[in-house]
Design a protein around this ligand. Structure first.
Ligand code: NAD
Length: 457
């Protein structure tokens, strides 16, 4: 464990030397990170496929290509982001310089999950580098091939004194959290998020917690059902449902439910044939613990299986499965599913659907499929969630001009695009006054002895 302490000490010494603060240094590190992804895409893709048979197309699109696009965008915008941000000047400061200076926090910890094991390490790292920090990155132990490749490549491409990968599981993360950091960026479950926040409180370290939860989908009869089904099932089947913003369950009327199921049968057959197990386009559950957890939710839920239901523990395969007429009290509705099972709960109206959403913890996202502006507006104003996406699933993730993050139980803080730069920067409000006699005339009323005339000035 001493290597963890050594890594943090080295990073702190490097940060204190000031090396990471210049534009040139940040730019070079980002260019090197881009080179890392460009030159090793195949190796990275192989490692992740080995970890849980994620289809190569999905790895390419959501891990390496997303990472490359993000780095290129930040390289393009970095200089502007580093400029002092001008603000409005209140009257008494009209003669002064007033601005916000973005300064790096220092040494940051980035602790990541297994479901997008490369991108969820790299994306926060891009923000940390852009903002001028040093970073210790802790990938998930559940995807060891990806963790290994990160620990080999990062020191080879980036300045090894500033950026270091720690591998391991709970004991290593616990040791890591005993160190003093200036910022902790954590992505993972809400349960572990609480452990992270508790550890951070020792040094009052600020945190971003990118957590999970049950993301609801509402579908009404104004929506084109075939399009809605394709977009919902795409979000549910991608990565075999193991995405933080995967649609967790559907709320709709009984009539919509029947149309939904009919359309879903066709869609799934077109995508995966008669047996999704034979399809190269469908990922596996990451390990046997998660397989058993999901399977137990399925077995304990006394609902009708409308589609799917087959599984194979040897292959960690769970078929895309749709459950109909599910009750809110069923086990599957008590926790984030994080697998390819989609329960449908019947509601009569959009108001009833918002009431269901509001009864649970605040979700990471809410998805609404409706062409009724009033319904869209109702979800916007009457529910609270990290993000809201109307008539699609997942796609808000790559819209980097809006913040991505949770609220309440689904997280604290947000990132992506400029929001990542801001997350990893302390925004130092700065006022520069002139030390001259003209300015001092404005100050004269604040000094003792206090008189009524002072107050009138
Ligand atoms: P996890 O919380 O089990 O693990 C995440 C990280 O925390 C890993 O690096 C792990 O080593 C570490 N960790 C685990 N237990 C720990 C403990 N007791 N003490 C200290 N560190 C510990 O999460 P996971 O299973 O890897 O990921 C799935 C969860 O992450 C889901 O809830 C999902 O919704 C969420 N998630 C959220 C986002 C987001 O952007 N909001 C993205 C991906 C996943």
């Amino acid at each position: 464990m001493s290597t963890i302490q050594d890594a943090v000490t080295t990073a702190r010494e490097s940060f204190n030397s000031g090396i990471t603060k210049s534009y040139d240094f940040r730019l070079k590190q980002l260019q090197a990170l881009l080179q890392l992804v460009e030159e090793n895409s195949e190796l990275i893709e192989e490692a992740i496929t080995k970890d849980f048979k994620k289809p190569t197309f999905e790895v390419n699109l959501f891990e390496t290509t997303t990472a490359k696009n993000e780095i290129r965008n930040v390289i393009h915008k970095l200089k502007g982001w580093m400029e002092p941000a001008k603000v409005e000047k209140p009257l008494p400061y009209i003669m002064d310089e007033v601005f916000i200076h973005s300064e790096p926090y220092g040494v940051v910890a980035i602790i990541s999950p297994w479901n997008y094991p490369f991108m969820l390490c790299i994306s926060p790292l891009v923000g940390a580098i852009a903002a001028g920090n040093c970073a210790i990155i802790k990938p998930s132990e559940i995807t060891p091939n990806c963790a290994e490749i990160l620990s080999k490549l990062i020191p080879r491409y980036l300045n090894p004194k500033c950026y270091h990968v720690v591998t391991g599981g709970v004991p290593e993360t616990t040791t890591l959290l005993e160190q003093r950091f200036d910022y902790i960026f954590y992505t993972g479950s809400s349960h572990v998020g609480k452990i992270i926040q508790k550890a951070a409180s020792k040094y009052l370290t600020p945190v971003t917690l990118e957590l999970g939860g049950k993301t609801p989908v509402y579908v009404d009869s104004t929506a084109d059902i075939n399009l809605a089904v394709r977009r919902i099932l795409w979000g549910k089947c991608l990565n075999a449902g193991q995405s933080c913003i995967a649609p967790d369950y559907v709320l709709c009327t009984k009539e919509v439910q029947e149309d939904f199921i009919k359309s879903a049968k066709n869609t799934l057959k077109t995508w995966y044939g008669n047996d999704a197990k034979q399809s190269p386009n469908f990922a596996r559950i990451v390990n046997s613990n998660h397989f058993r957890r999901i399977n137990k939710l399925l077995n304990d839920t006394d609902a009708n299986t409308a589609i799917g239901g087959r599984h194979d523990i040897q292959d960690l395969f769970i078929e895309p499965t749709i459950l109909k007429d599910v009750n809110l009290s069923d086990p599957i509705m008590q926790e984030e599913i994080f697998g390819p099972i989609l329960p449908i709960v019947n509601v009569k109206t959009a108001q009833e659907a918002t009431a269901v959403v509001n009864k649970g913890e605040k979700p990471l996202a809410v998805y609404v499929f409706s062409n009724d502006k009033q319904v869209q507006d109702m979800f916007l104003k009457d529910t609270s969630s990290g993000n809201l996406l109307i008539n699609d699933t997942m796609m808000h993730f790559s819209c980097d001009t809006i913040p991505f993050g949770g609220v309440g139980n689904s997280g604290i803080g947000a990132y992506h695009g400029k929001f990542s730069f801001d997350t990893f920067s302390h925004r130092k409000g700065t006022v520069i006054k002139k030390l001259d006699k003209v300015g001092e005339y404005m100050n004269s009323s604040r000094y003792p002895p206090y008189t009524k005339t002072n107050l009138q000035m």
